[in-house]
Design a protein around this ligand. Structure first.
Ligand code: LLP
Length: 381
């Protein structure tokens, strides 16, 4: 596979995102065979990768879509996702975005504040419609991941805090154009241990008890996404979906006829993408050499923003052993524009093709035009 991709990339401009659709399909096969027998619903977290072909493939496996902007909702519909399978979260939904989702009659708004409930109610009233909503609650469960991608703690901006629930019920009683359908949670992303998900289940059970005691029936529970991938082993076949869903099966108590929903992004698309780039220059540093690439933080901001690790390989020298250390950096005028320090690589030269692995999620979608950079192309293989 690597050699076939290398042959193609040799004739193409870099930086270039390469998406391996076979790998995507293998991930989806594993995902579907893990959740379907349990009767769960999975919504693809569109924010991870919005490429239309990729989303088309994901849709063909029967997943729904999880969106965080009006444009993502529209992209999901354009890629064939049914509106009845679209959920819409986000702390700052604009009136125009809410109106669009009301017109499309999506499955559910995941509401993040009391103020938002009031606005959706008002907008739905003007259209003489009922908006189906879920309360996004902040469970105050630690995801033990990078602080920038932790969302389920009281200090985070996401969700409604549990101590506001009495007030929320008051608002819902008055809001004639809202229909409370479920509860939504999402504790964070790139979670590599299953314990935080188990803790989430226990917390959801307690919260469900509260609703039960208030005689409120909830049709669905949505536990969000967050299942992490192994960035150190990009060739690892699949994330362990069986073990992941088993946690919810074992620890979450669903009420009769209640459905369980998930919003997975990274684990579906993360390992199918590689950012291909060429070495522009090798420069002698004080302690290590610099390998200066034509790709930078404008194509993959994760290392600069979250100190994230991505495996770096020299595919032009794939048969040669690693013999030197390089600081692998981009061309952008920022010191944080670095993909890795003291990276072990074979002796590397100008023109070599460098693969930055696991760039299928939160890479192309977070690209910027800083330094007036042009958007990198995509190659599907
Ligand atoms: N649901 C909600 C409400 C979310 O906020 C997210 C991700 C997901 C689902 C999907 O999470 P996943 O399964 O992909 O972990 N840019 C960061 C990640 C930000 C995640 C934002 N929310 C990164 O590159 O690591």
């Amino acid at each position: 596979m690597k050699i076939a991709v290398l042959e193609k990339v040799k004739n193409l401009e870099t930086p270039l995102y390469v998406y391996d659709t076979q790998k995507l399909r293998r991930n989806l096969d594993a995902l579907v065979s893990a959740f379907q027998p349990l009767g769960y619903h999975v919504h693809y977290a569109v924010k991870a990768n919005t490429n239309k072909e990729i989303m088309g493939i994901i849709q063909s496996y029967g997943l729904g879509a999880d969106c965080v902007s009006g444009n993502e909702v529209q992209r999901a519909i354009d890629c064939g996702f049914a509106a009845k399978d679209v959920v819409f979260a986000g702390v700052g939904k604009s009136d125009a975005e809410i109106n669009k989702a009301l017109d499309l009659d999506i499955f559910c708004f995941n509401c993040e504040s009391i103020a938002e409930l009031e606005v959706i109610d008002g907008l739905a009233h003007k259209k003489n419609k009922k908006a189906r909503i879920a309360l996004r609650l902040n469970p105050n469960v630690n995801a033990y991941t990078h602080s920038y991608i932790t969302t389920g703690l009281e200090e985070n901006k996401f969700g409604i805090n549990i101590w506001e629930l009495d007030k929320v019920l008051g608002v819902l009683k008055r809001a004639k154009n809202l229909e409370l359908k479920g509860l939504h949670f999402h504790i964070g992303s790139q979670i590599t241990e299953l314990t935080p998900f188990k803790n989430l289940c226990n917390r959801v059970n307690e919260i469900q008890e509260w609703f039960f005691n208030h005689q409120i029936i909830l049709e669905h529970i949505n536990v969000g996404g967050g299942l992490g991938i192994d960035y150190h082993q990009p060739d690892l076949e699949i994330p362990d979906y069986q073990a992941y869903f088993q946690v919810f099966r074992s620890f979450l108590t669903l009420r009769p006829n209640q459905s369980l929903h998930f919003e997975l992004g990274r684990s579906i698309v993360g390992n199918m993408g590689t950012l291909m780039s060429r070495v522009l220059y090798i420069k002698k540093g004080v302690k290590t050499n610099f390998a200066i690439l034509d790709a930078g933080m404008t194509e993959l901001i994760r290392p600069a923003l979250y100190q994230a690790y991505h495996k770096i390989e020299n595919w032009s020298k794939w048969a040669e052993p690693n013999s030197e250390k390089y600081d692998v950096v981009g061309p952008i005028c920022e010191s944080s524009d670095s993909f890795g320090k003291a990276v072990d690589l074979p002796t590397t030269e100008r023109g070599d093709i460098i693969a930055i692995r696991s760039a299928g999620a939160y890479a192309e979608v977070m690209a910027s035009s800083y330094n007036l950079r042009k958007k990198a192309d995509v190659l599907l293989v």
